[in-house]
Design a protein around this ligand. Structure first.
Ligand SMILES: [Zn+2]
Length: 118
């Protein structure tokens, strides 16, 4: 079967296990892959940093209650967190680094600060 270079679309000539038409296409392809991955990681890190900043700002007493609406108004995104802790009674704490939150009734959230030991 004829193979084409995934970078430039040209036909690949030569050894059967060749994946790219040339070294420069192979390098370009790998650089782009790395770039996409770095972008993804950077974007997620930015989201996490923003969530952490919001929790730190709102959690003024190391244990604060706040409304979902307030979190959302600051731009909090519930999709991004770094860890979870499920208590014996089945409550789930979500953590963004050392800032945690627990969903309470009626759209209230308990914000907590935890000691993280690595
Ligand atoms: Zn090529």
């Amino acid at each position: 079967m004829e193979k084409v270079c995934p970078e430039c679309g040209n036909r690949i000539l030569g050894r059967a296990d060749k994946k790219f038409c040339s070294d420069s296409c192979r390098n370009a392809h790998n650089n782009n892959l790395n770039k996409d991955q770095s972008n993804l990681v950077r974007n997620i890190n930015n989201r996490l940093r923003k969530n952490h900043r919001i929790l730190t700002k709102l959690n003024t007493k190391d244990k604060t209650k706040t409304k979902r609406e307030t979190l959302l108004k600051h731009g909090f995104n519930f999709k991004f967190f770094t860890g979870q802790y499920i208590t014996k009674t089945g409550s789930t704490y979500y953590y963004v680094y050392d800032q945690g939150y627990l969903a309470l009734d009626n759209d209230w959230f308990l914000l907590v600060k935890v000691d993280i030991t690595l």
